[in-house]
Each structure stands twice: as structure tokens, then as C-alpha cells.
Design a binder for this molecule. Sequence first.
Ligand SMILES: Cc1ncc(COP(=O)(O)O)c(C=O)c1O
Ligand SMILES: N[C@@H](CCCC[NH3+])C(=O)O
Length: 440
Amino acid sequence: MFFHGTSRVNEKGHLEIGGVDVVTLAEQYGTPLYIYDVALIRARARAFKETFEKHGVKAQVAYASKAFSTIAIVQLIEEEGLSLDVVSGGELYTALKAGFPPERIHFHGNNKSRSELEMALDCGVGCIVVDNFYELQLLEELSRQRETVTDILLRVTPGIEAHTHDYILTGQEDSKFGFDLNNGQADEALQQAMQSTSLHVLGIHCHIGSQIFETTGFVLAAQKIFQKIADWREEYGFVPQIVNLGGGFGIRYTNEDDPLPAAQYVEQIIAEVKTQVEKFSLPMPEIWIEPGRSLVGDAGTTIYSIGSRKEVPNVRHYVAVDGGMSDNIRPALYEAKYEAVLANRVLDANEEVVSIAGKCCESGDMLIWDLPLPKAEAGDYLAVFCTGAYGYSMANNYNRLPRPAVVFVENGEAQLVVKRETYEDLVRLDVPLKIKVKKG
Ligand SMILES: Cc1ncc(COP(=O)(O)O)c(C=O)c1O
Ligand SMILES: N[C@@H](CCCC[NH3+])C(=O)O
């Protein structure tokens, strides 16, 4: 069985998460439905934090809220004592609404607008991760106007190819993110920032990609960054208080995936930073990381109702569900793979191999190809595992499908944390046509 966290099969043969029968949840809240295992999110958060604590390293673990941003998850992250990475005015607004302490918020983005930067300065975010020269100038101007000194990290692109899908790589040279570490851009950015009396460079940031299974990329990134830091100390007297090595730690979507436990990524990062610090006789900086997927990914499960079927003789059986690329765009976008079971008949023997189709008007709207299942019929529930990251947060209203509800479960209790969209929600912002076609 492909289970994570508190998931198990109960005496009725139903999938149970957080001590709650998933079939009951589907009946109560409807489908598609995202269900989050809160205990698993807590465990993942604690594993990151405790590893730094165990090694006596000053650190901040910032949850990358792009993976899943709602008021409830932000509050849970706050309860667990993590920091928060936001990447837009909308994510920042959600965080503030949730009561997250602004000083523990790190503001990211490769094209922050003037109004987003103003919002961040006005609420007093802990730091702004500056991505490019345009932003550097804008932030300098806004900080000067406000007569404040803004703490920043400079995001650099170390020129590292992490082994993952091309669309989720970020650390390679040809990337839209960050100042290039190898062609003088990062040096120039540091000089400009240090010359400003309105900016204070707390440190350096890099993020090499997402769904990474090895530690090599992080180690290489640390080596490249510290080599540069050593140069910068000589040239400009710059010594960083913080080195942020980003997120990107992989999770197990299917049995083919083989990620490391969170602690192992962190331990390798700590070990490499210590090696580099010793090598260049630098003071030990605070290490910051910003995991998204690895905090919430395997804690999320999506429940769908099964509907129609189509058989293409001798080729394939399509089984369609009541969601698809509107609630999980990852298979269409990245050819992402998932595991699934029939939530109301988990123990039934597999009888056929089917392909799970979404209900969107798009041939590419396939959730899972070639999935062994018991004979699935209309009214059965399909549970797709590991949909907690970049599922709800990338959901959309294609074909005017309302976005699903989200439920948190823990210790036998369920709480609705996002209501299902209604048809009325879908037209709420529409403005009826006023222009009349002249007749005659
Ligand atoms: C700058 C930055 N930090 C953190 C993350 C979180 O990545 P992940 O969800 O893979 O941990 C991302 C997304 O890849 C990112 O772009
Ligand atoms: N959205 C992507 C990852 C992008 C991470 C953000 N830089 C995914 O689902 O895998």
C-alpha cells in the first residue's frame, strides 16, 4: 500500500486519514475534495527544525507558501514556529490575514511590483529577497522615501543543473531568476546594494530547483556561494549573516521516487556550510531553507467521484473523475505521476488497468496513466495521494469548474478550511454587458 502519515485502511475497508473516514468526508463535503493530514505536516515541520537544533545551528525554516497558501495552513505553520516565504502580494495578504508575524516573512519574486514592495515595507516583512537590478533600484528608492533601512537577501543563480524536470529547474545559468553568480551580475548587485544607505544586505539566497532527490546540488551550490563570499570579503569587506539555500527537497509521489529523509538534506547542508566556513575562516552564518513541497506534499490527498468510462478496445480503459487539470495541473504540466486507490474499497483486489481522465475539455487532461484498480464503477471514490503541494495552489477554473473544498484532519476530527466554490462565486466578478448592438 502506498500510504503516508496517518493514512490507513479502517474496518470498513475505507481509507482513513487523521482518524477520519475519507468516504464520510466525501459524502459530507462533496468531491473533488482535498484532505490534509495535519499530524504529518507537523511531523515534517518538526523534522526540519529539530535537525538544525540538534546540530546547534542557528536557522530559519521558512515554509514556501506557494506550495499551498490558505489562512489555515499559514496558521498551522505559525503554530509550528516556522517562518514563511511569500512570493506575491496575494500570498503576503493571506499571511497577514492569518496573523502571521511579518518579521518572520521573507518576500520573494522575480517581478515584484511597486505596490507589492510598498505593501511589504508597510507591514514590515523580515526581509526582501531581491532578484534583479530593477527591483534593487525600486526598493532602494522606496526605502529612501520611507527613511528606513530594508534588510535584503540577494538571490543568486549559481549555475547548477539539479536533476529534475526542466520546468522546475531554477539554479541553472539560463534562468529567469536571480543575479548570475558567474558573470559579474551578482558582484555588481552586491556593490550597488552595499553603496545604498537604505539597504542592508543580510545575506545571500539561492534555490536550485524542486523535487530534488540528491544532496549534490545543494552541496555544489554552497561551495559556489562560499567561494564568492570569500572573494567578496576580500574585495568589499562583505560577510553575510545569512545563507539561504532555498527549498526543493523531493517527496515520494510513486514507488519509483526515492527521496531522502528531510534530516539528511539538512545534515548535508549543515556539514557543507561548516566545511566552507572553516575553509575560508568565515563566521558561521545562520542557515535558512525554504521547503514547500516536502512540508505539505505527501500530507495532501484528493478524493474524486468516479463517473463515466470509455473503452478503446485492445488499447485502453478510460475512467473519468469529477476533477482533473483544474484541481491538479501537474500531470499535464510536468507529466507528474501519482498513485491512487479506491477509497471506499481499498482492500479489493485489482482487476484491471485503467487510465484516469479528468473532466476538462482537453485530451491532455489525464491524471494517471495505467493504474491497476479493482473494477471501478460510477459512485466509487478515487483517492489520489501526494497532492498537497502545488495542487490547490495551482488550481484554476478552466471550463468554469468550481475549485474544490479543503479539509484538515487530525486526531479523528475534520475541519473545513476552504469552502467549495459555488457557481455564484464563478460569476461574482463578471460585469454584464452594457453595450447594446444598435438594431436597424
Ligand atoms: C525561491 C523558491 N524557494 C522555495 C521554493 C519551494 O520549493 P519546493 O516546494 O520544491 O520545496 C521554490 C519553488 O521551487 C522557490 O522558487
Ligand atoms: N509548481 C511546481 C514547482 C515549482 C516550484 C516553484 N518554484 C510543481 O508542482 O512541481
